[in-house]
Design a protein around this ligand. Structure first.
Ligand code: ADP
Length: 319
């Protein structure tokens, strides 16, 4: 193993830069040459690749987004696309690839590995929707971004005595809603993993108001959808003025938290070590405080277990 390349793919996540930095600096520390592939698998197919050095990753640990840019690349899913990529890998003398991204990006990584290119995946996605790992890079920052919004919205909602519906990201995975709901003291959390009854939400709102509560924050995961419909229904049923805020892409940006920077640094460095140990077709995860690696298909097969205890606690603490 003489030359390692790194790419970021799929949705960006804060902390990806810290992971790139760790891959580049660990590689150089170990005496390897390191290349940056731009715009995910697109760059691999088109040879949009540049050698990186120590200063290529200076001053990026605190930046959101990804300096390598990211993209979705349909062509890479085809045999022609894969063959083009394999050709580029050969031409550039790349001996191993580190892919930072979500489950789609990992499927691409698996194809590279099956084609004989040593490849290691690092989980980078704000949704925390990769069940094999406790945390993905970017999730903690996204939760903190939502928390900041909850605090601001709470101020104005209290002043007017309004109910607020806050839609956060998470298509199939309600973790952003759940974590920010518990940390932000939301009255209700609505996630795709759990059914809910709008009348129960309304009853809680009315009871809270009768007790003198001045605000009511309902966090809805994007996967449940219908935030505006909920807003109208709740206002109609309770008579309490209700406003809807959809946070959107603001959750994908911003300076990564210490947690994400540390996770990304550890995972980036581990990816290089795994390649040097001759490993391939594996992804890195974290359980408790320990990193581990797992075969890609095995990792993607792990079914998500919703943290019902945390969900119940959010409910109990917001009575
Ligand atoms: P994420 O990695 O965040 O889940 P996507 O699902 O959009 O994002 O996947 C990112 C990219 O990974 C795709 O645009 C494509 O280039 C590549 N990819 C996804 N699925 C596959 C697949 N089955 N085979 C090869 N490449 C894939």
């Amino acid at each position: 193993m003489k030359t390692i390349a790194v790419l970021t793919s799929g949705g960006d996540a804060p902390g990806m830069n810290a992971a790139i930095r760790a891959v580049v600096r660990t590689s150089i520390y170990k005496g390897l040459k390191v290349m940056g592939i731009k715009k995910g698998y697109n760059g691999l197919i088109n040879g949009n690749i540049e050698e990186m050095n120590l200063s290529s990753v200076a001053d990026i640990i605190h930046r959101g987004g990804t300096i390598l840019r990211t993209a979705r690349c349909e062509e890479f899913k085809t045999d022609e696309g894969l063959n083009k990529a394999l050709n580029v890998i050969k031409v550039f003398g790349i001996d191993g690839v580190v892919v930072i991204g979500g489950d789609g990006s990992f499927q691409g990584a698996k194809k590279l590995s099956d084609a004989g290119v040593p490849t290691i995946g690092i989980p980078g996605t704000i949704d925390n929707d990769l069940a094999y790992t406790d945390y993905t890079i970017g999730f903690d920052t996204a939760v903190n971004t939502v928390l900041d919004a909850v605090s601001k919205i709470r101020d104005t909602s209290t002043s007017h005595g309004r109910a607020i519906i806050l839609e956060v990201m998470g298509r199939d995975c309600g973790d952003i809603a759940l974590y920010s709901g518990l940390a932000g003291g939301a009255e209700s959390v609505i996630v795709p993993e759990e059914g809910f009854d709008i009348d129960v939400v309304c009853k809680k709102l009315i009871q809270g108001k009768n007790r003198g509560k001045l605000h009511h924050i309902i966090i809805v995961a994007e996967g449940v959808g219908k935030a505006y419909e909920f807003g109208n229904e709740i206002q109609e049923k309770t008579g309490i003025e209700t406003r809807v805020t959809v946070l959107g892409h603001i959750q994908r940006g911003g300076s990564p938290t210490a947690f994400d920077r540390i996770l990304a640094s550890k995972m980036g460095s581990r990816a290089v070590e795994l390649l040097l140990e001759g490993k391939s077709g594996r992804v890195i995860g974290v359980k408790g405080n320990e990193l581990f690696d797992k075969e890609i298909n095995e990792a993607l097969k792990v079914e998500r277990e919703f943290d019902r205890d945390m969900y119940d606690l959010t409910r109990i603490l917001s009575i």
